[in-house]
Design a protein around this ligand. Structure first.
Ligand code: IDP
Ligand code: MG
Length: 141
């Protein structure tokens, strides 16, 4: 039996500014992810701090949360078998200098911070991140 899994992805402000939204969403669909919910929005630095609270002690926290609130983002709830790991693979390495050919970050990321896309990294973070951007009724399908 197939076990479907859900994950949260964000097309980051740098990728939205590069008009990469359509290309990235097309890659999700081509790789077999089903879009459960999607929204374009802007978040405040305070909201970005809540979202990235796990990184609060990292030296790049302030810069990262400023970047994430610097313009529109697109948040999507995706569903697929093995969605979390498969999305991380499609994204590529955090630092685009190490990202493999064919990954979203290889194609669209500018540097280790402006790296085009976010993806949940585990079951518990996926649950938290999905509920951060989407209410239960928006994911009820
Ligand atoms: P991930 O997005 O590949 O899961 P994380 O280590 O969780 O990478 O870091 C979250 C985000 O913080 C990265 O996507 C990137 O935007 C930013 N970031 C990570 N490491 C650095 C760094 O060394 N300098 C600046 N920004 C960083
Ligand atoms: Mg991460």
């Amino acid at each position: 039996m197939k076990t479907l899994q859900r994950t949260l992805t964000i097309i980051k402000p740098d990728a939205v500014k590069k008009n990469a939204v359509g290309d990235i969403i097309e890659q999700f669909e081509k790789q077999g992810f089903r879009i459960l919910a999607m929204k374009m929005l802007e978040i405040s630095q305070h909201q970005a701090e809540q979202f990235y609270a796990v990184h609060a002690s990292r030296p790049f926290y302030s810069s990262l949360t400023k970047f994430m609130s610097s313009g529109p983002i697109v948040a999507l709830a995706l569903e697929k078998e093995n969605a979390i790991a498969d999305l991380r693979k499609l994204m590529g390495a955090t630092n685009p200098a190490s990202a493999e050919e064919g990954t979203i970050r290889k194609k669209w990321a500018s540097d280790i911070e402006n790296n085009a896309i976010h993806g949940s990294d585990a079951d518990d973070t996926a649950r938290f991140e999905l509920s951060f951007f989407f209410a239960g009724y928006e994911l009820a399908q």
